[in-house]
Design a protein around this ligand. Structure first.
Ligand SMILES: *Cc1c(COP(=O)(O)O)cnc(C)c1O
Length: 457
């Protein structure tokens, strides 16, 4: 324990230094494929080594192969934050090593999850009686949503296998995890309909209605629609109230994928982004995307836990207990349950509702300011409405010029932005989600963009 204590203190100091002066690191790792593999021995050590020795190699070999997600100038994909209270909570969770698959094996693991997820429902203005559980990713959560949707229309599936006439709907901007979920569950890609979107990349409900009608006429069974609140490319928000109307009328399960944008609902004036979601059957959002909680932590809510349970519950003799505690293993695929609720609870308490709202509110404000500045500059074009913390833009000119611009930004080592295709056009994305990103950071980005575009003209 002496070594643990000594290095424990040193590593906490290392982490504090890391968070305090990230500018020491290039945001994007510059290693080449296989550098790390070639830099490490082919065989594991016969004899154990000291932490000191291992840590040296962590700094020398591993760290250069890290792209610094927790860096304020990481603005790619959906930037996120591993906040200090969450880092401490993770340390405690690993020390306890509790595996909460059933209530009995660590009541606090289950009950803290229930409490933290209820707090979030309250802050989001969602129905307080929804069932919730934490999963690893939104992809897994969406798969659970689709499985529940199927259990609702075809409860016999768990015994005799899947019917092949069920049809799922999503927009053409939906995340690939929706289709992947359908593939994994044996729904099949041919039974997934990609519904067209409007000029702001939101699902068109009238096209949804048409598609459902066409499928019914063909003798198929529409069963589920997935709406997206905050699409991955442009952070667009599907018209959930209209989609919920259709789902209700047609008897479809409504799953909402709010992986990124859901967190914004902690800000009272942004609660509207979840309008209509109170009518959903299931919903996912990722605190590990925009709520200062490190990966992984994805929150899955379900209005009809009985259906979810029907899809997944299977209790072997070894796990039978006589208490009345909630056994989360009955509601999904995984048996093992990491104590993820601890880091979420630490974050919710440490910042509080107002603290979290203020962080997100300011991030949105600085995003809009940068967007407005770019919109006024004739050299740039804003390609999607930036209502939250993502800007989709292009330098006016060819796709190739924009590719070169992105390479130059990322090649500088100072920022990391990503790209996407929207309406067949190549666009760049600035995603703000790290709590250490400031207006000064964006000022620097603007200077870099300005200088790069000037040299390219
Ligand atoms: C990021 C994202 C996902 C996938 O999230 P994971 O947790 O990595 O599975 C799904 N849907 C949307 C809209 C996303 O933005």
């Amino acid at each position: 324990m002496r070594e643990f204590r000594e290095f424990g203190h040193k590593m906490i100091d290392w982490v504090a230094d890391y968070l305090e002066s990230p500018e020491r690191y290039s945001v994007l790792s510059t290693v080449k494929p296989n550098d790390i593999i070639d830099g490490l021995p082919a065989h594991g050590p016969e004899q154990g080594e000291t932490i000191e020795h291992i840590f040296e190699d962590f700094e020398r070999i591993i760290l250069p192969g890290i792209t610094h997600w927790n860096h304020p100038r990481f603005l790619a994909f959906f930037a996120n934050t591993s906040s200090p209270p969450a880092i401490l909570a993770e340390l405690l969770a690993t020390a306890l090593n509790a595996n909460g698959f059933i209530w009995k094996v660590s009541p606090a693991v289950t009950e803290l999850e229930v409490v933290a997820l209820r707090w979030l429902l309250h802050w989001f203005g969602l129905p307080r009686d929804w069932f919730g559980m934490i999963l690893d990713t939104a992809s897994t959560a969406t798969l659970h949503g689709i499985a529940a949707a199927r259990a609702a229309i075809a409860p016999e599936t768990r015994d005799i296998g899947a019917p092949n006439d069920l049809v799922l709907y999503m927009s053409d901007q939906a995340h690939s995890s929706v289709e992947k979920g359908a593939m994994s569950l044996g729904i099949g890609r041919r039974n997934v309909r990609s519904i067209g979107t409007d000029s702001e990349f939101r699902m068109l409900p009238e096209l949804l209605v048409d598609a459902i009608q066409k499928d019914r006429e063909a003798g198929l069974r529409p069963f589920c629609v997935v709406a997206t609140v905050g699409t991955t490319s442009t952070a667009s928000i599907d018209p959930v109230p209209a989609i919920a109307d259709v789902a209700e009328r047609e008897g479809l399960w409504l799953h909402v994928d709010a992986a990124y944008a859901g967190s914004a609902a902690v800000v009272p004036e942004f609660r509207w982004i979840l309008d209509g979601c109170e009518r959903a059957d299931s919903l996912v959002f990722n605190p590990h995307k925009w709520l200062m909680v490190p990966v992984d932590c994805s929150v899955f809510y379900c209005r009809r836990p009985d259906v979810l349970r029907h899809a997944f519950s299977l209790v072997p003799e070894i796990l039978r207990t006589s208490d009345s505690g909630l056994n989360l293993m009955d509601y999904g695929i995984p048996l093992g349950r990491r104590f993820r609720a601890l880091k979420l609870w630490f974050v919710l308490r440490y910042y509080g509702h107002e603290g979290l709202a203020q962080i997100i509110r300011e991030q949105v404000a600085m995003t809009r300011d940068l967007r407005d500045r770019m919109a006024e500059d004739p050299r740039f074009e804003i390609c999607a409405p930036a209502q939250l913390s993502v800007i989709c833009f292009r330098q006016r000119g060819t796709d190739e010029a924009n590719r070169l611009l992105l390479d130059a930004i990322n090649g500088s080592g100072r920022f990391y932005l990503s790209s996407t295709l929207v309406g067949g056009r190549y666009i760049l994305r600035i995603a703000i989600g790290n709590m250490f990103t400031s207006r000064a950071t964006l000022e620097e980005l603007w200077s870099l963009l300005d200088a790069l575009v000037a040299t390219m003209e």
